[in-house]
Design a protein around this ligand. Structure first.
Ligand code: ADP
Length: 384
């Protein structure tokens, strides 16, 4: 096992594309670190540099106490698991598991022992004599993991290993991988574009954007306190609602509605004092509002026109017009393409399934001021 360090690591490809830009990241011994970010943010390139499959053009990469920049991939003591698990079709599961050890010249008895141990950990002992084509997708993925485990490396590197599996199996495999990591305790770097995987699997999460590290921390810490608009919009589903607003004394004004900035809120975010009379972006998570059972609560109510509801069984998603401009992060803008104007003032609320809310009606949403997020409208950094 080993810690891993990226210090000022960059990758500029021959065509001039900078895929990773001055990445500083320390991964602790035994940690499960998820690199997450939209497509093209540099996650795979960072992982491939760690594996030695791409050369870094600046900075140093360390595995344990060894700088590995000049070390061949096979000598880095890491095992990589990819999304396409490419098992050898003509070999049995046992032979697939033992292949890398055989190539290294490990003695037959030792290979058999390690294959048995790994197979038992993965629950595939009964499959050892089968060939890959007689396995389900989930079983093949376990064999692919097994090939990494038998080598007992200093670290596992995983690049979207679950993205070829169907939704149900993916959820199972997530839990399974997390359990396996607990048991083995091997340092793991896991790349995904899926923020749910990042939230549920990582000890810590490194959020990447445009080749840079946007924020690194425990999943809940990032969710509760995103460092900027990009992270706020990226982590969480449905995404945080981000609205143009204005600070006016002890209120934040959203369209023609006012929410009170209580003493407690202002104490918790001393940075807000500098924003009196200025535009900000206010962030409201879909789940941090409740429907008012009675009338409005002074300073804590937003009145919204319901456009559409979606009953998910567990929740009722309510899409409603708030009468104030919505801010899209750069990536959301890209996704939205040509945005229809009315979508620009639409927010999403997550209410209990029994909430009586219908399209065309007005809903009174009680907002907990402690759970509002504030961002500088220009720098996009969180105001804390
Ligand atoms: P991610 O894994 O987050 O989707 P990548 O690391 O694959 O991102 O890619 C980051 C950026 O580097 C993208 O703009 C991609 O097009 C570019 N890129 C990746 N590989 C190469 C390459 N071999 N040559 C040139 N550009 C590349």
């Amino acid at each position: 096992m080993a810690s891993i360090g990226f210090a000022g690591v960059s990758k500029t490809f021959d065509d001039g594309t900078t895929a990773v830009d001055a990445l500083d990241l320390e991964i602790r011994d035994g940690e499960f670190m998820v690199l997450v970010g939209p497509s093209g943010s540099g996650k795979s390139t960072a992982l491939r540099m760690l594996a030695g499959l791409e050369e870094n053009t600046a900075g140093t990469i360390r595995i344990g106490d060894r700088v590995v920049d000049e070390v061949q991939p096979k000598d880095r003591d890491i095992a990589m698991v990819f999304q396409s698990y490419a098992l050898y079709p003509h070999m049995t599961v046992a032979e697939n598991l033992g292949f890398a050890l055989r190539m290294k010249g490990v003695a037959k008895a030792e290979i058999a022992r390690r294959v048995d141990v790994a197979a038992e950990k993965l629950g595939i002992t009964a499959l050892l004599e089968r060939r890959p084509k007689a396995l389900s997708g989930g079983q093949r993925q376990r064999v692919a993991l097994g090939r990494a485990i038998v080598r007992d490396p200093a670290a596992f590197l995983m690049d979207e290993p679950l993205s070829n599996l169907d939704a149900k199996l993916r959820v199972e495999m997530r839990a399974y991988l997390a359990r396996l990591h607990q048991e083995l305790g091997t340092t793991t770097v896991y790349v995904t574009h899926d923020q749910t995987e990042a939230m549920t699997m990582g000890d810590r999460v490194a959020v990447m954007r445009d080749g840079r590290l946007a924020q690194c921390g425990a999943p809940q810490a990032i969710y509760d306190d995103p460092a900027d608009l990009f992270v706020a919009g990226f982590m969480g589903s449905p995404a945080m609602n981000l609205l143009r607003a204005r600070i006016e004394g002890d209120a934040v004004v959203i369209g023609d509605q006012r929410l009170a900035l209580t003493e407690a809120v202002r104490r918790a975010r001393p940075g807000l004092a500098a924003y009196d009379g200025r535009d900000v972006v206010v962030g409201i998570r879909p789940e941090s509002v409740a429907q008012s059972p009675n009338g409005p609560v002074a300073g804590r109510t937003l009145e919204l026109d319901v456009v559409l509801t979606e009953a998910l069984g567990s929740d009722l998603l309510v899409h409603a017009d708030v009468g104030a401009p919505v801010v899209l992060t750069a990536d959301q803008e890209e996704l939205a393409g040509e945005v229809v104007p009315e979508v620009l003032s639409r927010v999403t609320l997550r209410l209990p399934p029994g909430a009586r809310v219908r399209a065309g009606e007005r809903v009174r949403a009680i907002v907990d001021p402690d759970r509002l997020h504030f961002f500088d409208a220009d720098t996009e950094r969180a105001i804390r």
